[in-house]
Design a protein around this ligand. Sequence first.
Ligand code: CLF
Ligand code: SF4
Length: 520
Amino acid sequence: MSNVVSLDSIFGLGELAPPAVMPAAPEAASGCSSSSCGSSDGPADMDPAVWEKVKNHPCYSEEAHHYFARMHVAVAPACNIQCNYCNRKYDCSNESRPGVVSEKLTPDQAIKKILAVAQEIPQLSVIGIAGPGDSLAAAGKNTFATFEMLQKKAPDLKLCLSTNGLALPDHVDTIAQYNIDHVTITINMVDPEVGAQIYPWIFYKHKRWTGLDAAKILHEQQMLGLEMLTSRGILVKVNSVMIPGVNDEHLLEVNKAVKSRGAFLHNIMPLISDPAHGTYFGLNGQRGPTAQELKVVQDACEGGAKLMRHCRQCRADAVGLLGEDRGEEFTADKIEAMGFVDYDDEARRTYREHVESERAGRHASKAAAQADVRESVGFTVDPILIAVATKGGERINEHFGHAKEFQIYEVGPSGAKFIGHRRVDQYCEGGSGDVDTLDGVLAAINDCTAVFVAKIGGCPSKSLADAGIEPVDRFAFDYIEESALAYFKDYAERLGQGVVQSRAGQDAVIRTGALTARRA
Ligand code: CLF
Ligand code: SF4
């Protein structure tokens, strides 16, 4: 496979008409724009040094996740705590979906794999270590051995790690020493009473602790580790698993506590719970939240620590853009067959230059589209949700029947804001659609007013329309946010005429099954 660097060829944009001409930028934009909310902050909203660190990191910048890929290397098999949502036979739920066993790697194998993947995927910008256990258990030996080598072999790749935080204070100096600029801590509580319902035990200072004692130690270590990292200028993202009835309301307090200690982002993720995973929660009927329950908690946290809403809860050996997993292209035997791969960053550099120039133009066109809506619609119409079929590049460039996830945007007078994604099974396999699968898609986007696609057949179009969700293909291959705002303007007009109805109050199902999306 060659190293393709054009955005058009990477995202398959060239097969269709060029995007519509975007409106000119207004002379001045004010108020909350889509690029000034949450993790979608842009260069105008932050310190230039921080922007440099996050602009190509798909998890730390919502905008970057449309363009850049991450790769996890599963070098950390051990764990020092037990979470009630984890079954140790499977991957770490902190940064991955349980239920799929990883191919565990030694640091040497990991480096070989990273160099091979970096040559094949020019979008690759970040290497993360997120399990399958805890990256800092067992003294973080494999984690740091991998990063030490990687720093020398491929210095253009950002280093990122994820931890439950128990051992974090012991390793902050090493993290700083290896220039690991991005650290995720999973913090599900700041009250040990809540923690005791999530963690049956921890292993700390050569001893197993249970109950409130365990939760208290974990909490103190997490807070200390967070403070130590942020005081050194290391960007910290906090992941929280939302467990209805256990910590859902409590997450507001978590948000405040991590904000006051300097966390850069807060990522509230839905609990993945299924008896088939064999977890304590799964076996005891603990459910995960619905889409609207998750959104209510996330919305309540707005104004506190900035929220990340584009997490895909990826596997500990995930490879590719968020929302896709190209891991099967890079199994150990395939890497072996590729032979020795040397470091070469030319394709990645060229790709980053393309992205940089494309993104610069986008900020103005988004602001212009938003100003147009604000002027013509005002704040008289409530925001709506739309689902988008996309392969990346911030464009509507996926067919309805090929989508394995839909990106969800909230669109209104304040702009178009990415608020999440919904995994689905692919409706069309081998040229024909499956009715049962379509029911699953409808359930996943049931709170949306419209679904934006590059193309859609007559049959699913009718089912969507019957369910009250408008299929929209007139923006095929255009940019998402500008198209969403143009649609909202038209929707507001039709709503005023009584031609369409509001879908306020609908809820949708978050699918907890496997992420099996693969780039065709
Ligand atoms: Fe990996 Fe995590 Fe780094 Fe990202 S993932 S270690 S910060 S490079 Fe990203 Fe995946 Fe969500 Fe994690 S989408 S699970 S937040
Ligand atoms: Fe599982 Fe990760 Fe929790 Fe350890 S920290 S028990 S590996 S979810």
